[in-house]
Design a protein around this ligand. Structure first.
Ligand SMILES: Cc1cc2nc3c(=O)[nH]c(=O)nc-3n(C[C@H](O)[C@H](O)[C@H](O)COP(=O)(O)O)c2cc1C
Length: 270
C-alpha cells in the first residue's frame, strides 16, 4: 500500500458486466481474513454474490459482487472499521478493482440479512467490487457534481499548528506535509471531510468535526468511520516518509469548538 494508490482511488458506481478474475478474487479473500483494524477492535468482512443473496444498491450499475463489513458495538469500533475498510479499498484499487463506500444508498435490510447481522453488531458500510465501466452513468455524474466529489477543503482550513487558532500551510508543515495531504484527499460520507488535525513537534492530534444527521442506530457514527479512513491514509504516508510512529488516545486538552471531538494522536517514535 502506498500513496500512489491513495491518489489513484476514486469512487466507482458504474461497472462492466464482467466477472472478477478468480485469481484476483482469491487475493481479496485472503486479504480480508488477515485484517485486524485499529485499537484492538476486530472487523469482519463478508463477500456477497448479489445474484444469490439479493443484495443491491440503487446507485450501482453492473456489479455483482459486494463486500460488507461489520463490528460488535464497542468503543472505537467505527474508527477501526474505517481504518480496516479503507485498507481493503486501497488493496482492491491496487488489484485494478473499482470500489465505492456505501452507507446510505443500499438495500440495508437485504445486506444485514445476507450477513446475518446480530443485535449487538453494526454493518456501517458495504462496497461493490468489479471492473470500472468505460463511462459513468448519468446518475453517478450528477452525484459527483452535487457532492463536489472532485474537490476538497483547502489544507489550511483542515490542519492547524499547536492549537485551532493557527492555520497550517502545506509549505510550513515540514515532515507532516505528505501524511496530511493524504488525509485531505481521503473519501468521506457525502464528501463532508470531517477530519481536522493539530500538529505539534513530534505528534499530530486528530479530531472529528461533527455535522448533524451522521449518527444513527443502524450505522453508528459514520463520521467516525471517516476518521478511521484518515488515520489509515496518514499512517501509510507517514511510513512512506520514513516516520515511525503509533496511534494513541491521550487527549492533549487543546481547546476545541462544541462540534468537535478528540479522536486519536499519532506519536513519533524517537
Ligand atoms: C463512510 C462513507 C460513506 C459513503 N456513503 C455513500 C453512499 O451511501 N452512497 C454513495 O453513492 N456514496 C457514498 N460514499 C462515497 C462518497 O460520496 C465519496 O467518497 C465522496 O463524494 C468523494 O468522492 P471520491 O470517493 O470519488 O473521491 C461514502 C463515502 C464514505 C467514506
Amino acid at each position: 500500500m502506498n500513496t500512489e494508490i491513495i491518489k489513484k482511488r476514486i469512487s466507482v458506481r458504474t461497472y462492466k458486466e464482467q466477472e472478477i478474475a478468480q485469481e484476483t478474487l482469491e487475493k481479496v479473500k485472503s486479504f480480508i481474513k488477515q485484517d485486524k483494524g485499529l485499537f484492538n477492535v476486530p472487523i469482519t468482512f463478508t463477500i456477497l454474490d448479489a445474484n444469490k443473496t439479493g443484495v443491491s444498491s440503487p446507485v450501482i450499475i453492473g456489479a455483482n459482487t459486494y463486500i460488507a463489513a461489520k463490528y460488535k458495538k464497542q468503543k472505537n469500533a467505527e474508527i477501526s472499521l474505517g481504518y480496516a475498510f479503507e485498507k481493503l479499498v486501497l488493496y482492491a484499487t491496487s488489484l485494478g478493482l473499482g470500489t465505492v463506500w456505501l452507507a446510505a444508498t443500499i438495500d440495508r435490510k437485504a445486506f444485514e440479512k445476507a450477513i446475518d447481522l446480530k443485535e449487538d453488531e453494526v454493518m456501517p458500510v458495504v462496497t461493490p467490487i468489479g471492473y470500472a465501466g468505460e463511462k459513468r452513468s448519468l446518475r453517478e455524474s450528477m452525484m459527483r457534481k452535487g457532492m463536489k466529489s472532485d474537490s476538497r477543503i483547502p489544507f489550511d482550513q483542515l490542519f492547524f499548528q499547536d492549537n485551532f487558532d493557527k492555520p497550517l500551510n502545506k509549505e510550513n508543515s515540514d515532515l507532516w506535509a505528505l501524511p496530511l495531504e493524504m488525509v485531505r484527499i481521503a473519501p468521506s460520507a457525502t464528501n463532508k471531510q470531517p477530519w481536522r488535525a493539530v500538529v505539534e513537534k513530534d505528534r499530530v492530534h486528530f479530531y472529528e468535526k461533527k455535522a448533524k444527521g451522521y449518527e444513527k442506530a443502524t450505522t453508528g457514527d459514520i463520521q467516525k468511520v471517516d476518521l478511521g479512513i484518515a488515520l489509515c491514509h496518514f499512517e501509510i504516508a507517514a511510513k512512506e516518509s520514513g516516520l515511525q510512529g503509533t496511534f494513541v488516545q491521550e487527549d492533549p486538552g487543546i481547546s476545541i469548538a462544541e462540534d468537535m471531538e478528540y479522536i486519536a494522536s499519532f506519536v513519533l517514535e524517537v
